[in-house]
Design a protein around this ligand. Structure first.
Ligand code: FDP
Length: 330
């Protein structure tokens, strides 16, 4: 089954946005083919280095970040269903009159996630989230609210194969790009994440900056105990898409906790609207959980476009256990 056929058969769980969501996800699929091709040529063309600019959240921008942002903007405009585009690479939402109206959607997107991996030919991704505009003009502010507002979410992973995983509120489904035909084919229907896994993913170099509960939990995972399957194996690629994809298919937990050096001002890294919330929806739809450590991610209300949030995501039993460690050390 192709992505187009699946989108036509699935429909969104929110009927009034179903046509728009299908048009946008199809358009994002076309962008993914272009990004996958550009990535294959990136080193040859010298496109992996820095563009010498920083985005609004202070990250170095690479030529591919900027190019992908522009290609995505063009495709979303062409879908006639996107009323505003909130991108990691733009300080403010980009309004799109072509998709404005009562059923217009706001698309929040990180066009190239994990772009530090570009220098080493590592996996990178694209993350997207669709929220209802509710006919608001301008539409951008409609993106601000809890993650439960999301109508659909997904990501593309550019690895050995190009993969798209999406949900429109009716399960989480994975597709693989068939390079000859350029079609995304359904290879992972109705993904269900294991209740408990055997791996954890986290940047352990930050160990001393974590909340005491986070430190105690990782110490626990590293401690040997046959009965509970410990120690867990550590897997960390440095690109959220690749780490969440592995967790979704193989179980376990991926974490990017806040820096708690100043407990009065915890500093998370990943962005809520176009990294944390869409991944939370995808994993919940697959039967898993996503938490900040103390709160369900989908209940976190965005008040700023580039707001950051902590995330502990994956197998439900693993995430619940991590939350217990936070609670005990509160
Ligand atoms: P990157 O900075 O390379 O864009 O989006 C941020 C992100 O990558 C995630 O994809 C990734 O999980 C994380 O940051 C990696 O951060 P660290 O280098 O701090 O581990």
């Amino acid at each position: 089954m192709t992505l187009a056929e699946h989108l036509a058969a699935q429909r969104s769980a929110v009927p009034e946005y179903a046509d728009g969501a299908a048009a946008i996800i199809q358009a994002i699929g076309w962008v993914a083919r272009d990004i996958a091709r550009a990535l294959a040529y990136a080193a040859i063309r010298g496109d992996t280095g820095k563009a010498g600019l920083k985005n609004t959240t202070g990250d170095e921008q690479k030529p591919l970040d900027l190019w992908s942002h522009e290609v995505m903007a063009g495709a979303l405009r062409g879908s006639h269903a996107c009323a505003a585009y909130v991108s990691e690479e733009a300080a403010e939402p980009i309004e799109m009159m072509e998709g404005a109206g009562p059923h217009g959607l706001v698309v929040c997107c990180d066009p190239v996630d994990g772009s530090s991996n570009l220098d080493v030919n590592g996996s990178v991704g694209t993350i997207f989230s669709l929220r209802p505009s509710r006919g608001q003009v301008p539409a951008g502010p409609a993106a601000l609210g809890p993650g439960t507002d999301q109508v659909a979410a997904g990501y593309m992973m550019y690895g050995p194969a190009t993969t798209m995983v999406y949900t429109s509120g009716q399960g989480t489904h994975g597709f693989t790009l068939e390079p000859q035909s350029g079609e995304f084919l359904l290879t992972h229907p109705d993904i269900k994440i294991k209740r408990r896994g055997k791996t954890y993913g986290i940047n352990e170099g930050n160990f001393h900056t974590w909340h005491p509960g986070q430190r105690a939990y990782v110490e626990y995972l590293r401690t040997s105990d046959k009965a509970s399957g410990r120690p867990y194996s550590l897997r960390y690629s440095g690109a959220m898409v690749a780490d969440v994809h592995r967790t979704l298919l193989d179980g376990g937990i991926f974490m990017y906790p806040a820096d708690f050096t100043d407990p009065a001002k915890p500093k998370p890294k990943l962005r809520l609207l176009y990294e944390v919330a869409p991944m939370a929806l995808l994993v919940e739809q697959a039967g898993g959980r996503a938490s900040t450590g103390t709160e369900r991610v989908l209940d976190v209300r965005a008040t700023e476009y580039h707001q950051r949030a902590a995330i502990l995501i994956g197998s439900s039993d693993d995430v619940t256990q991590a939350e217990d460690f936070y609670r005990r050390q509160a």
